[in-house]
Design a protein around this ligand. Sequence first.
Ligand SMILES: Cc1ncc(COP(=O)(O)O)c(C=O)c1O
Length: 474
Amino acid sequence: MIDKEQFKKHGHQLIDWMADYIENVDQYPVKSQVEPGDIKSQLPDQAPNQAERFSEVWSDFQKIILPGVTHWQNPNFHAYFPANNSYPSILAEMIMTTMGAQCMIWETSPAAAELEEQVLGWLALEMAIPSNWSGVIQDTASTATLAAILTAREKASDFNINKQGFDTAHKFRVYCSTETHSSIDKAVRIAGLGSDNLVKVPVDDKLAMDTSALHTIIKKDMTNGYLPICVVSALGTTGTVAIDDVKTITAICKEHHIWHHIDAAYAGTALLLPEYHHWIEGIEDADSFVFNPHKWMFTNFDCTAYYVKDKEALIRTFEILPEYLKTGSRGVVNDYRDWGVPLGRRFRALKLWFVIRGFGVKGLRNKLRHHIALADWFHEQISDNADFEVVTPKVINMVVFRYAPTGIAESELDRLNEALVKQLNATGKIFISHTKVKGRYAIRMPIGQTNVEQHHIASSWDLICRTAMELSSS
Ligand SMILES: Cc1ncc(COP(=O)(O)O)c(C=O)c1O
């Protein structure tokens, strides 16, 4: 067992290690280079019976665990989307963990509930989210989207499915584009609506939802006896950060009384920049919006901001009141356990507060604009090089490209680019991932790691060019 003195001693050592780790994280291979089973084979089959010394655990962490970690905070991490952190966020996590407060209702930590309300209000104000909408922190965008679809379902059934379950009279439909994230498919399944009732609407040339196709499909479904209950638009698709036309989709939803949920998991952070506010023109007639500060807002995983216009409908969908949770302050304060799936809640608002105050809105904006400028530079290199091509228009800090030297067949280009990604990731100097655009293999490069700088992008570009050349000549 660790006592107070040991806690202090090891705690100080760990802080030193953490600071060095952050400073030197680009010295580690970005993507873990272990093989399947490598880590498990080094761990004993049984839990230790006797307490072990911290020094032993720490030594095994460095020897066994660390090589099996992918370093998401490495500035050369460009896979998926970033899940970035920052000093203020880490410090807040340390406090949260130390206090270990479980913030399910206002009474179990009034500061957590009131800070949550306030910081989400701050963000809404900066991001042009309507001031009459209410915010709540969820663990992930997947959970927030589930909350939106469940609320849409309950509203459409006059809150009867929660009570009586489904009957054959319910022929509900949900809509999203062919490019939206798989969390929509998952939410539709969990909500009991059935995957067959998730309609994937085709996309236009920019991979944004074809809104006239959406309208046609909705009207046809209504003629055939279906009840459209929710459209999920993507403000930044996962593959290429394509931006759906929120204004037109909102108008269609308003006309047919359909819940419009906006999934801005990644790109939503860009709304901190006023020059992107036009993306959500007309949002006041939509119903809900989600974005992940745990992706591009320097707030470590997990922290999702979910905003909803009709908070009463959300609460009515989730509220269950066992005797032991009845309090005198009900109705006067926000008991966030009623605003989503889990009962227990972490004090996530603390890290948002630390991050927003630690950077200042100006500091956050500067970082975002810096990342966008780095992506502009990278985009320029791709555009200017005859052997590479930009695959989809650049949106914020995402560049989608491929290696495409002349005279090579399309199918061979797919194979070449797949090999390029594999080879690059095996160097440990960069981690990138791919998508398919209209069936063809494309490389994604979001540039949003907290500490990424010009020299990182320049050496990545150099590495990409050299590796591509080697592959071509092999
Ligand atoms: C557009 C979009 N929506 C939802 C998600 C899911 O996010 P989370 O991991 O917070 O559930 C992602 C993840 O990358 C995403 O890109």
